[in-house]
Design a protein around this ligand. Structure first.
Ligand SMILES: *[C@@H]1O[C@H](CO)[C@@H](O)[C@H](O)[C@H]1NC(C)=O
Length: 139
């Protein structure tokens, strides 16, 4: 009995380590792009319909929308710089925010790599900038 318990503890530990390393390899490296913002109402969303997912949310452009595969993924978005001369230094605060992908930023109307909620955008940059250069990474 004791041997069996010990064995399962070892296999659980091994599984845990395996799953940690697979999570790590699935997590993509940091990419750079641009961010815009959108304003309420945030529902219905392409991922969750009328479900309320709070305000720390964003819409993915086709760069990483992945036919809806991006739904529910968490991204850390960091403000790098402005994209226009009107607001040369738009980055604010820690310059970094974590958002959940709940929507699709459709080609044609989408002007950035990621469309942040107004709340998420204004936590990292001056909304007067409109579009900012960012780095982003799935976490
Ligand atoms: C924003 O990013 C683009 C593309 O990397 C770059 O050409 C541009 O100089 C950046 N803007 C600023 C103000 O750094």
């Amino acid at each position: 009995m004791a041997v069996q318990l010990h064995f399962s503890f070892v296999s659980l530990t091994a599984l845990f380590i395996l799953s940690l390393s697979s999570i790590n390899s699935l997590t993509s490296a940091q990419d750079s792009g641009t961010a815009t913002y959108y304003t309420p109402p945030y529902t219905p969303s392409a991922c969750y319909g009328f479900e309320d997912d709070g305000v720390m949310i964003a819409a993915a452009s086709d760069t990483f929308w992945n036919d809806g595969g991006a739904c529910g993924q968490m991204y850390q978005v960091t403000c790098l710089s402005g994209t226009n001369e009107g607001t040369p230094e738009p980055c604010l605060g820690s310059g970094s925010v974590v958002v959940k992908i709940v929507d699709h930023c459709p080609p044609g109307s989408c002007r950035g790599t990621i469309d942040l909620s107004q709340e998420a955008f204004e936590s990292i940059a001056d909304t007067d900038a409109g579009v900012i250069n960012i780095s982003y990474q799935q976490i």
